[in-house]
Design a protein around this ligand. Structure first.
Ligand code: 13P
Length: 254
């Protein structure tokens, strides 16, 4: 049984004060249930504030939105895996479509980061997904297969199991257009098939695959009740503690 994992990708939002206030309200809303793994992914500058606010809620994990693959050195403006570990970060979102399209990250770069994350005992949340143009051309499977094989190259079965995949169709991000549950399930099942080809079926069965792209309280439950959808990576709706709590609760309902 794969435990559902729901993550809040705050992107370039939230000051330290806003992040602390979010955690305060979120903890009141979310209750004591441990059925769903919850990850908050603030900007680097708010990680320490989130840790402090989560002091008595250690079951909620903290992630980062990006990192460099090298251990240290002359890389102005970059953050290393060890720096994230130093801040008690457990997960790191890698290869988000905004990084790929706005900052030129290729599968090769993403692969370096994924491998560096595992070396540092950080769990990657690897994002993959097609653009609208690619979908309309009928290239969804080709794009997903290329991104998965390129970004996950060289990982052991154990490392693969500890990687979370986020299927985020680019056309659904921040647009209010969600993939239908059927479209999302179809893509997730295909992703699991490719993961099985990369390693083996037993390993692929253990890997959690999140859906991301305009997830809201009113569509979360239907999406996450699909057999291959093991959680959500939430952008806009994760900035409001009440709506994010409702999404987490939606993941816990059968
Ligand atoms: P939205 O939920 O705002 O569509 O963003 C999705 C996303 O990119 C999460 O990483």
């Amino acid at each position: 049984m794969r435990k559902k994992i729901v993550a809040a990708n705050w992107k370039m939002n939230m000051t330290q004060g806003e992040a602390s206030a979010f955690v305060g309200t979120f903890l009141l809303e979310i209750g004591e249930s441990r059925d769903v793994e919850v990850v908050l992914v603030p900007p680097f500058t708010a990680i320490a504030a989130v840790n402090a606010a989560l002091e008595h809620a250690q079951h909620i994990k903290v992630g980062a939105q990006n990192m460099h693959w090298e251990r240290s050195g002359a890389f102005t403006g970059e953050i290393s895996p060890a720096m994230l570990r130093d801040l008690f970060v457990r997960y790191v979102v890698l290869g988000h479509s905004e990084r790929r399209t706005l900052f030129g990250e290729t599968d090769e770069i993403v692969n370096r980061k994924v491998r560096a994350a595992h070396e540092a005992m950080l769990r990657p949340i690897l994002c993959v997904g097609e653009s609208l143009e690619q979908r309309e051309r009928g290239d969804v499977e080709k794009v997903l297969s290329t991104q998965l094989r390129g970004s996950l190259a060289g990982l052991s079965a154990r490392e693969l199991q500890e990687t979370v995949i986020a299927y985020e169709p680019v056309w659904a991000i921040g647009t209010g257009k969600t993939a239908t549950a059927e479209q999302a399930q179809e893509a997730h099942a295909f992703i699991r098939q490719v993961l099985g080809e990369i390693s083996e079926e037993a390993t692929a069965d253990k890997i959690r695959i999140q859906y991301g792209g305009s997830v809201k309280p009113d569509n979360a439950r239907t999406l996450m009740s699909q057999p291959d959808i093991d959680g959500a990576l939430v952008g806009g709706a994760s900035l409001d503690p009440r709506s994010f709590a409702l999404i987490v609760q939606g993941a816990g309902e059968k």
